[in-house]
Design a protein around this ligand. Structure first.
Ligand code: XCC
Ligand code: SF4
Length: 663
């Protein structure tokens, strides 16, 4: 493969007047760098999005290219007025398109999870010596949950049994995936009744790809069933395995103070950014930047040291586990290169914009791909091998030092640094609220039942240049906590909130009186960062624990909880949304939804799934509209549980108390 082919940087020729950077992002550092990029004549996704209007037919999912009699385009203004050449209706076309997105998203998370499992096996078999089991307690805990004997056994034997058990998540052809053992009984019964319990991820994805091909499954409701099955194979399968294995190998996160924003770059140091999704590369980078000979080499080159920072999801895993600084979320990955301060940007898989190659070229940054599954034209490739990880990561440091010596571009770092506390695993929530001696979800449930906490919302996911960056995330979360809804977060959303200062314990003053009281008592932020997108599995586990703890119904669908990805862009988000919906959670998406309103498929996703005992989809783009949808749903569930009165009583008690205090 030609390696370092140079991509010729393209100058911006604006087709129309571009919006002011501050209308495109609420992130000050990103706005400044976008303005600088325009001055420098460098085009970024923010501007491309303005020059490239989304295809209106595709946006409605009203086109099909599943065979070569087409592509066929239907009219979303008159959805039942036409069918495709084969006769496919709008509902078939939209559900098949949806299915392909779910299959792709599930593939991403399960392929990542399977790579983690491969690493685990290789460590156990002694082929890989640079990693080890760091968290034996977690290993034993997960093993016991999977009915593996742990008493008096060697760690390695327990681990090997766990490996064999979890491998079924991917490869099993019949039966149920291992982590269904964690699913509340009634939720699992619903899945069994619907025929959506995943067998193994590979089998489910294969079947969905088959069924969504020309002339196979042509009933939107039946296609949706397989979408749910595939999505569940991600949430309770591939992603959950990725999270658990990462915890076993690298340690379970616990709250750690972090720094975030572009100001974490240091002009006088060699700056290395890791951007991607797999923690193994990043873990090895941590070892390489601590290598005395490499630190010395950096000093010899005139740098004060080596500065390792993260972006996007692998960055989130690292700051959750090690407190590594984080430079920004998805819509800041190009802009950060505009600082000129990045000596190497190292990427592996997922969410890596191809345009990074061009932008890196303009600012003389080394863009380095590391994974055999993901190469980029114009980028340097330094392949990462798990059995010799430091060969790759040491080389990256050397490359970065080389670039530092000859930066040759002006450096301008927006000096903005925000801080927060992140790294709340589901285990830690247990401990934090329950204390060491009675670690449990009982205090959380009690506070929900007595109404101090109205409910729990998961606010997760990406940025999308079709929305003002971070604006929806931040305003939605502010509105939720103001209404006593505790917010849990994963993915790029969490970086938006960290930059806005909402992930500090001091942010409790922005919460409603009940949530504020709980946060102040425990000393926790009202917004809890749980990690990367695969760590949405932690939210599922927390939901399962809430059900098992009691007092909030028998299934996840009974809980006063809701989820949202307000600025999503990835197919992975659709899969995550579908597994939350299938698990029983009302899930609202922003930006756009690939569907035509007023169709049968729309009614199915947005209404009928709930009637079948699952959750349902919702859609709104304005943060306050989204908050209203979520809070209304939480209140509906509280009412069904008979705890709506409790909430009123708490408020009354407080006003009573104020009266007493005043007297
Ligand atoms: Fe990607 Fe995971 Fe989305 Fe961020 S939130 S843009 S998927 S990095 Ni996962
Ligand atoms: Fe057209 Fe049917 Fe082929 Fe799709 S599958 S492209 S609707 S003919």
């Amino acid at each position: 493969m030609p390696d370092e082919e140079k991509v010729i940087p393209k100058k911006v020729v604006p087709k129309k007047k571009l919006l002011d950077p501050r209308e495109l992002t609420t992130c000050e550092a990103t706005a400044r760098m976008l303005a600088k990029a325009r001055n420098d004549g460098v085009e970024l996704a923010f501007d491309r999005a303005q020059n490239m209007k989304a295809c209106p037919i595709g946006a409605d999912s009203a086109c099909c290219k599943h065979c070569f009699m087409g592509p066929c385009r239907l009219n979303s203004k008159d959805p039942y007025g036409k069918v495709g050449v084969c006769g496919a209706t709008i509902d078939t076309i939209m559900s098949r398109n949806f299915a392909r997105a779910v299959a792709a998203g599930c593939s991403a998370h399960t392929d990542h999870g399977m790579a983690m499992l491969d690493l685990f096996r290789e460590v156990l078999e002694g082929h890989i010596k640079d990693y080890e089991i760091k968290n034996v307690q977690k290993l034993e805990y997960v093993a016991r949950e999977m009915d593996i004997e742990t008493e008096g056994r060697e760690v390695k034997d327990i681990a090997m049994d766990l490996y064999k058990e979890l491998e079924r998540t991917y490869t099993q052809v019949d039966g149920e995936i291992p982590f269904v053992k964690r699913v509340p009984q009634k939720t699992l019964e619903t899945w069994r009744k619907q025929g959506i319990v995943p067998r193994g991820a590979m089998r489910e994805i294969m079947e969905l790809m088959h069924r969504s091909a020309i002339g196979v499954d042509q009933h939107y409701a039946n296609i949706t069933k397989q979408c749910s099955r595939v999505a569940l194979a991600d949430g309770w399968g591939g992603s959950m395995v990725a999270t658990e294995i990462a915890d076993i190998l690298f340690g379970t996160p616990s709250p750690v103070a972090i720094e975030v924003n572009m100001g974490v770059l240091k002009e006088d140091q060699v700056n290395i950014i890791i951007h991607g999704h797999e923690p193994n590369l990043f873990e090895s980078m941590v070892a390489s930047v601590a290598e005395p000979t490499l630190v010395q080499a950096a000093k010899d080159a005139g740098a004060k040291g080596l500065n390792l920072v993260g972006m996007c999801c692998s960055g989130l895993e690292m700051f959750s586990r090690h407190g590594t600084p984080h430079a920004g979320n998805f819509m800041s990955t190009e802009t950060i290169l505009v600082t000129g301060a990045v000596d190497a940007m190292v990427v592996d898989v997922q969410c890596i914009k191809q345009a990074l190659a061009q932008v890196a070229e303009c600012y003389k940054t080394q863009l380095i791909t590391t994974n055999p599954r993901a190469r980029i034209e114009g980028a340097k490739h330094v392949e990462f091998h798990e059995d010799t990880p430091k060969d790759c990561t040491d080389e990256i440091v050397i490359q970065a030092i080389g670039r530092f010596k000859n930066r040759g571009v002006e450096v301008e770092i927006p000096q903005i640094v925000n801080s927060g506390v992140h790294g709340f695993s589901h285990e830690y929530i247990n401990y934090m609220l329950g204390g060491t001696f009675r670690a449990s979800y009982t205090p959380l449930n009690d506070n929900i039942i007595n109404g101090r906490i109205r409910g729990v919302a998961g606010v997760v996911g990406c940025n999308n240049p079709r929305m003002k960056q971070d604006y929806v995330h931040v305003n939605l979360v502010k509105e939720l906590i103001k209404n006593d809804v505790l917010v849990v977060q994963t993915g790029c959303s969490q970086i938006a909130l960290a930059k806005a200062g909402l992930t500090t314990p001091e942010a409790a003053h922005l919460a409603g009186p009940g949530l504020k009281e709980v946060c102040e008592t425990v000393g926790m932020p009202p917004v809890l960062g749980l990690g990367a997108c695969v760590d949405n599995s932690r939210i599922l586990i927390a939901c399962a624990e809430m059900v098992k703890t009691g007092g909030l119904g028998d299934s996840i669908a009974d809980l006063p909880v809701a989820g949202c990805a307000p600025e999503y862009m990835s197919e992975k988000a659709i899969t995550i949304g579908q597994y939350f919906v299938a698990s029983g959670v009302f899930t609202v998406f922003g930006v756009t939804f690939p569907i035509v309103e007023g169709t049968k498929f729309h009614k199915h996703l947005f209404e009928e799934l709930e009637e079948l005992g699952m959750g349902k989809w919702g859609f709104a783009t304005d943060p306050f509209d989204i908050a209203k949808l979520m809070i209304d749903h939480i209140d509906k569930k509280r009412k069904a549980l008979g705890i709506d009165k409790a909430r009123e009583r708490v408020l009354m008690d407080m006003s009573d108390r104020r009266e007493i205090d005043a007297a």
